[in-house]
Design a protein around this ligand. Structure first.
Ligand code: ADP
Ligand code: MG
Length: 356
């Protein structure tokens, strides 16, 4: 459950500290006060995979005097017998992290995902700042809820339908095709551009809706926003990073294919973050209640804003963006977490990143 760059520890991978490497043991050393008080300067980095991102976050935390400990949410558990607060976070003994940054949540069964998100909800209930909060992550992972919240906040986003009635879905498709539109059928919990299909009026023909039984019994359909697609002028998406409510950096993801995820081979190209684009991305992040977000937008000349927001990633990868921007994204995230959520004085927090 994270956004779409290729991940993996690679040659520079680091050992996972605290979770798979050192699973919680009953009778683990007690740290912090008897009531399970937060560890003074330890921040949990929730991730199912360690490597470039987690290394950057740990370095950024270390620069501010904090220790980042990587923990897999799959290894955390509810245990009301083990500690006063009722959680076991491997690597933290009976204490709690001072804060948590969510970098990745492994896919799993509905029950497993519910428990993993439940740990994040529980930390919030215990007063531990979680960045992004579980509620915000849930909103962003659920594409239908994202579309609803963007629409409700008046953020331009393509017309979208999410429904279980196959006959009704086919009627929508026919109506849209008659108006010359194709639709994008997306997995509701999809990421990395996987499983997207264009249906309806495509390239002069008609592509029917597949049986909904093949897509989890749910049709999430979004009007296709056409882009110029040619070898000389390939189309692009924008990715805008919003940190602490402010748009900080942007890039174009350029590809001749209509699906322009980095994981699908799109090229990351630096671009200027103009105020209009920044305002749209900030409004999108606010609509979903995000501490930080990777906002995906498509250019759309037919729209008065010149763009449409299609996705708000609450567990955003930033390696591609870091390649084309001069500031330190991990430091910006850490500084925002420490300054805004923990009240820690961080010199020049965000000053390095927000430049229009
Ligand atoms: N409505 C749309 N119109 C045109 N292109 C789209 C549309 N929706 C998605 N795409 C393309 O597909 C990519 C992946 O779609 P997205 O909704 O972000 O799903 P994912 O979660 O898999 O990244 C987008 O970055 C964009 O390039
Ligand atoms: Mg996307």
């Amino acid at each position: 459950m994270q956004d779409g760059e290729q991940r993996g520890p690679g040659p520079g991978g680091e050992p996972c500290c605290g979770s798979a490497a050192t699973p919680a043991q009953d009778g683990e050393r007690v740290e912090g006060g008897p009531g399970g008080a937060p560890s003074a300067a330890r921040v949990a980095i929730f991730t199912d995979e360690t490597g470039w991102h987690t290394r950057r976050v740990r370095q950024a935390l270390a620069r501010r005097g904090f220790e980042g400990r990587c923990v897999d949410l799959a290894d955390c558990r509810f245990d009301t017998a083990a500690s006063p607060h009722g959680l076991v976070i491997p690597g933290f003994g009976r204490s709690l992290p001072r804060a948590a940054l969510v970098r990745g949540i492994a896919g799993g069964s509905l029950e497993q995902i519910t428990k993993r998100l439940g740990i994040l909800h529980a930390l919030r209930e215990l007063g531990v700042p979680v960045y992004n909060d579980a509620r915000a992550i849930e909103r962003s992972v659920d594409k239908a809820m994202t579309s609803f919240l963007l629409h409700r906040a008046g953020v331009p986003t393509p017309p979208t339908w999410a429904l279980e009635d196959e006959a009704q879905a086919r009627r929508i498709l026919m109506r849209e095709a008659a108006a010359g539109h194709s639709l994008v059928l997306k997995p509701m919990f999809g990421s990395q551009g996987k499983g997207l299909q264009r249906v309806g009026a495509v390239d002069g023909g008609f592509v029917p809706l597949p049986p909904l039984s093949t897509v989890g019994g749910l049709a999430y359909l979004q009007r296709f926003v056409p882009q110029p697609e040619s070898p000389t002028a390939p189309g692009f998406d924008w990715r805008v990073l919003v940190v602490g409510g402010r748009a900080c950096a942007a890039m174009k993801r350029v590809s001749a294919h209509w699906i322009r995820n980095v994981a699908r081979g799109a090229r990351c190209v630096p671009c200027v973050l103009d105020p209009g684009l920044a305002a749209l991305a900030e409004a999108a992040a606010e609509a979903l209640g995000m501490d930080y977000a990777g906002v995906d937008l498509l250019p759309d000349c037919a729209n008065p804003y010149g763009a449409q927001v299609i996705e708000v990633n609450g567990v955003a990868a930033w390696r591609g963006l870091q390649r084309v921007t001069g500031f330190d994204i991990a430091q910006a995230l850490v500084d925002d977490l420490l300054a805004r959520r923990l009240g820690v004085a961080v010199d020049g927090a965000l000053a390095q990143v927000c430049h229009f």
